[in-house]
Design a protein around this ligand. Structure first.
Ligand SMILES: [Zn+2]
Length: 230
């Protein structure tokens, strides 16, 4: 009896251990892969509010979850510094990028508070702030400038020819990105999906027109008119 009870106790113990191991193994398998921290290697200048920072985080998490290849595209431009300069708004500038003066980081400066851009009226989408489409689109544009400089694709000096080449590249990538946005099947109700389509289609139209618009080429020539003089 003693022995039998002992054996039963051991078997119970073994089964218990198996159950524990099984649970542990299952738990390990069931735990989703550690999601990358989207804010890693991004620093925020003092001009950036906590609301702006949160906005970047939410937007980059959306990108990571829905368009991982474009999330990786942004990540390869790191380290990044995000800043804000209110004065840009009065000059009609949404944002600009610089590379790479401070600790080798690419710096992106925005004018208006993030999430408060008023470029055009857009409906609301549950689970996503509508202006994130514009923000991410602009972000991909600026990140392209940084990536191009790092990779030596855009040569110095700063002159109109290099300005046109840089803008052509950034606008082309931005268009590719917005095309990718139109293919994202957002998991929500039919109304939200229709709103989303409406917004990304509008953005697609704007970004396509921007690429073809000669205005930015003219701007490049005007900005560098002194440097271009022999
Ligand atoms: Zn640009």
């Amino acid at each position: 009896m003693e022995n039998k009870r002992g054996v039963r106790a051991i078997i119970t113990l073994l089964l218990g251990a198996l159950a524990v191991c099984g649970t542990v193994a299952f738990a390990i398998r069931a735990t989703p892969l550690e999601k990358p921290d989207v804010l890693a290697d991004i620093s925020f200048a003092g001009t950036f509010s906590t609301t702006d920072t949160r906005y970047v985080q939410i937007s980059l998490e959306w990108l990571r979850d829905y368009l991982p290849e474009w999330s990786a595209y942004v990540a390869t431009a790191k380290p990044l510094i995000f800043a804000r300069d209110e004065d840009l708004q009065t000059r009609g500038i949404v944002s600009y990028a610089e590379c790479c003066y401070t600790r080798g980081a690419g710096a992106i400066t925005f004018g208006a508070p993030l999430g408060k851009w008023n470029l055009y009226e857009m409906p609301a989408i549950p689970g996503m702030q509508t202006q994130q489409v514009q923000f991410l689109s602009v972000l991909v544009h600026e990140v392209t400038h940084i990536r191009d400089v790092r990779a030596g694709r855009i040569s110095q000096p700063a002159n109109s020819r290099n300005c046109v080449a840089a803008e052509q590249s950034a606008r082309t990538q931005e268009l590719e990105f917005v095309r990718a946005l139109t293919r994202v099947p957002i998991a929500s109700n039919a109304g939200a999906r229709a709103n989303y389509r409406d917004i990304v289609d509008q953005q697609l139209e704007i970004v396509s027109e921007n690429l073809d618009d000669p205005a930015w080429k003219i701007a490049c020539i005007l900005i560098y008119i002194d440097e271009d003089m022999p």
